[in-house]
Ligand binder design. Structure first.
Ligand code: PLP
Length: 370
């Protein structure tokens, strides 16, 4: 093959793919790609304030090195997470989003005819994955405050239960189980079964130390805590999360973790953890959005659960599907409805200005309902 022609045709082909005709444009930022054009995304509990300025810079710098597997860099991130959490590196598993830790935990504890206890409704990823590998999941309804009913969950633990899943704060209801209650539950249950506490949203608030189950991990109890860079750090698309547990469960989880980390994701996470100014800003904006949205729901006299997440679960008073459809026609993707609350729906926080758009659309929708 003619070397000159093939190299030239490659360049032209690459340029064609980029829609430009020249590789020079690789240095030029692409226009933003919107998967759903012009729709506000108030549906996925994402954080559009991220990634942090430091993380964006790290991502740009990392692009050229992205031919590498991020082995050394993942080790660096693990050390940084251990220091941040006040644990040893042997307590940490870094993974591709916290859902990878949930998936691996579902496999470790749910395979070969396992059995688990989980609340309902809750973040369904782990229970659903477990069911898919033929694990039995004993579901325990939330209490009348839409909070984990820890007494009922304790009562649901059987001799063959392999894991209890507690999502704290809970998605979709946003309710928090206090650190004191959770630690009493862990003390009561862990002699019989390990507990996984999903703390995806706990770092959105300054009182994390009071409520986190990491203290139980440090006491050597069979507890796994999962965290993510998807929420406070605004990096859902970069897929970085981690689990904290005693060294033995970490080893068991690591054995089934097959994913190499994304180089850019790891470099972004390292930078983001240090960007405390951004993390404070992000937290403050999420709180502002929650207050604004709660204010509108109060004004509209719609019951809602005060939320510790970046979302609010509220009663539409009618069909959530109809509400979601109306929001969609106003250019807003909003979600989701969960059994057994047939009239309730969840709205995720976006930017403050996005929530003002949502507020106007909600006011207009509910003014037309009887
Ligand atoms: C409670 C909870 N845990 C875990 C996740 C998964 O997050 P990720 O895999 O992006 O870390 C989510 C995502 O919405 C969530 O709500």
């Amino acid at each position: 093959m003619d070397q000159t022609i093939s190299r030239r045709s490659l360049i032209v082909a690459a340029g064609g793919l980029l829609g430009t005709g020249s590789l020079d444009t690789l240095a030029t930022p692409n226009p933003p790609v919107r998967t759903v054009p012009d729709m506000l995304r108030l549906i996925g509990n994402e954080n559009p304030y991220g990634p942090s300025p430091a993380a964006r810079k790290a991502i740009k710098n990392a692009i050229a090195d992205s031919w590498k597997y991020a082995i050394r860099e993942t080790g660096m991130l693990k050390k940084q997470i251990a220091a941040h959490e006040g644990v040893k590196t042997s307590h940490v598993m870094v993974c591709a989003g916290s859902s990878e830790a949930l998936r691996v935990a579902a496999m470790v504890f749910g395979r070969n005819g396992g059995r688990m206890v989980a609340a309902t409704p809750t973040f369904s990823f782990l229970p659903a994955y477990a069911r898919n590998i033929d694990c039995v999941v004993d579901e325990v309804p939330l209490d009348e405050n839409m909070t984990h009913d820890l007494d009922a969950m304790e009562a649901a633990v059987r001799t063959d239960t392999k894991l209890v899943y507690v999502c704290n704060p809970n998605n979709p209801t946003g309710t928090l189980v206090s650190g004191a209650k959770l630690s009493a539950f862990i003390d009561a249950v862990t002699p019989r079964t390990p507990v996984l506490v999903d703390e995806a949203y706990l770092d959105l608030w300054d009182d994390l130390a009071e409520h986190t189950a990491v203290s139980s991990v440090l006491e050597g109890k069979p507890v796994i805590v999962t965290r993510t860079f998807s929420k406070l750090h605004g990096m859902a698309g970069l897929r970085v999360g981690y689990a904290i547990a005693p060294p033995e469960p970490i080893k068991r989880l690591e054995k089934l973790r097959v994913t190499q980390m994304s180089y850019t994701g790891v470099m972004a996470a390292i930078a983001s953890l240090q960007d405390t100014a951004f993390l404070d800003y992000s937290r403050a904006r999420i709180h502002e959005c929650l207050a604004l949205t709660a204010g509108v729901l109060e004004e509209l006299k719609l019951p809602f659960v005060p939320s510790r997440g970046n979302f609010i679960y509220f009663d539409t008073g009618g069909s959530p599907r109809k509400f979601m459809g109306a929001m969609r026609r106003s250019g807003i993707l909003t979600g989701l409805s969960y059994s057994p609350y047939p009239t309730w729906a969840r709205v995720s926080m976006g930017r403050v200005e996005d929530m003002r758009v949502f507020a106007d659309a909600a006011r207009s929708y509910f003014s037309q309902q009887d």
